[in-house]
Design a protein around this ligand. Structure first.
Ligand code: FAD
Length: 375
């Protein structure tokens, strides 16, 4: 029986495993992940109000549902290790070597700037479920002190967290001043300019201070240290805490792959090792952004190509193109585009559609695939 091993059980790794479990039931499937649970990261901004466990699914449960073997282990590797794995067709696990016919690397991305210092929080704190605790702490502080919260990063993740938090603070009547600090001169650089203007109007309406073109240098003694990019002027502002969301980088490095998803190291093809998701830098003109939509499509493409290799058929190229992109701006608002990039979609209707996209992934994990079209 041919064997497929997947390192990293995020959106891409699971998309590949689920697709193979359904369409190639004769393959023996293995997942290796550092954690015990799959995290639906795209919902993480909601973890201030809901426990993080609401967005996590034990791999053991998924393994039973989709008939794969699960090994909880972190595997650190570099380019040389990948070349060795290709030669040996085996990876080293705690309980011995695991031989493979095909290997998928889908280890995602990590925060570009790690939260350092007191009262600085980031992705890892939300992943660990510290959102409600933090909110509680701020609620208590707000009873005696002026509460100033800084958020760094005007990309999709930062804005989703910012507006979710703002809505919650209001709902719970916690008096707080929020500010958005961004190195870029505009928010959402990947989206049309009109999306940025929509966000700026909303920031103004919600009374959130917006500091574009501003570098965050740290949080210290109740103050945030900033530099104005244009003038290099350094200054501080009062800040109870800082939330850091200045972007992510492919992890452990950008794994270059051809348009079929097969890894290439320094121009050398590793024909039995694929990559998918945020860590994968695909050749060709398919969508190569660090998004869940792209991760699922890359994972499905790799599954298709592994099935073809197993059946002695040719490979297909990755050519998925985005048909829209939406991000939520609090519980009843969202912004993005649909169909054409000039077709800006906003407000409650956009938020409802964004929620529907999340449900699409939930359905997928239940075994119902509504991701139509070839990736
Ligand atoms: C707060 C937030 C909101 C987002 N919102 C959206 C959104 O609205 N829409 C959208 O399209 N995208 C969104 N994204 C981006 C999206 O979440 C990512 O693009 C997606 O998770 C990438 O999937 P992946 O499978 O590549 O990696 P991940 O989902 O990050 O999974 C990687 C997996 O690999 C495991 N792993 C990593 N290293 C190792 C190792 N060395 N050994 C073993 N296991 C390892 C990890 O434990 C993890 O389970 C958001 C991201 C964040 C952080």
């Amino acid at each position: 029986m041919a064997r497929v091993a997947v390192i990293g059980g995020g959106y891409a790794g699971l998309a590949c495993l689920i697709e193979l479990a359904k369409k190639a039931p004769k393959l023996e499937l293995h997942l290796v992940d550092a954690g015990a649970e799959h995290c639906k990261v795209t919902n993480l901004h909601k973890t201030f109000s809901k426990p993080a466990s609401d967005f996590k699914l034990p791999y053991a449960e998924l393994a039973e549902r989709f008939n794969f073997h699960f090994h909880q282990q972190r595997i650190d590797f570099d380019a040389t290790e990948l070349q060795r794995w290709q030669q040996e067709k085996s990876i080293e696990l705690k309980d011995g070597p695991l031989g493979f016919d095909w290997l998928l690397i889908s280890t995602g991305a990590t925060a570009a700037l790690k939260p350092a210092g007191e009262n600085v929080y980031g992705l890892k704190h939300l992943l660990a479920g510290q959102g409600p605790e933090l909110l509680d702490q701020w609620r208590q502080q707000a009873e005696t002190d002026q509460l100033d919260i800084s958020l760094v990063g005007g990309g999709a993740t930062g804005l989703q967290v910012l507006f979710e938090l703002q809505a919650l603070l209001r709902k719970q009547r916690i008096a707080a001043a929020l500010r958005l600090i961004d190195l870029n001169p505009r928010t959402l650089p990947g989206l049309p300019e009109r999306a940025h203007r929509y966000v700026v109007r909303k920031l103004k309406r919600d009374g959130i201070d917006y500091l574009p073109d501003t570098e965050y240098r740290g949080q210290q003694d109740g103050k945030v240290l900033l530099t104005e990019c244009q003038t290099s002027r350094e200054y501080t502002l009062p800040s109870t805490g800082t939330l850091l969301f200045p972007g992510v980088q492919r992890s452990p490095f950008a794994i270059t792959s051809n348009a079929y998803g097969q890894v290439e190291i320094d121009g050398q093809l590793l024909p039995d090792i694929f990559s998918a998701g945020d860590c994968a830098d695909f050749a060709g003109n398919g969508l190569n952004l660090l998004t869940a939509q792209a991760a699922v499509r890359k994972g499905k493409l790799v599954a298709h190509n592994i099935r073809n290799l197993n059946a002695g058929r040719g490979l297909r190229r990755y050519r998925y193109q985005e048909k829209g992109y939406l991000l939520s701006l609090g519980p009843i608002d969202a912004v993005g585009w649909l169909g054409l990039r000039c077709n800006l979609f906003t407000g409650f209707a956009a938020n409802t559609l964004k929620e529907a996209m999340e449900s699409q992934y939930d359905l997928f994990l239940d075994g119902v695939d509504t991701y139509t079209g070839f990736p």
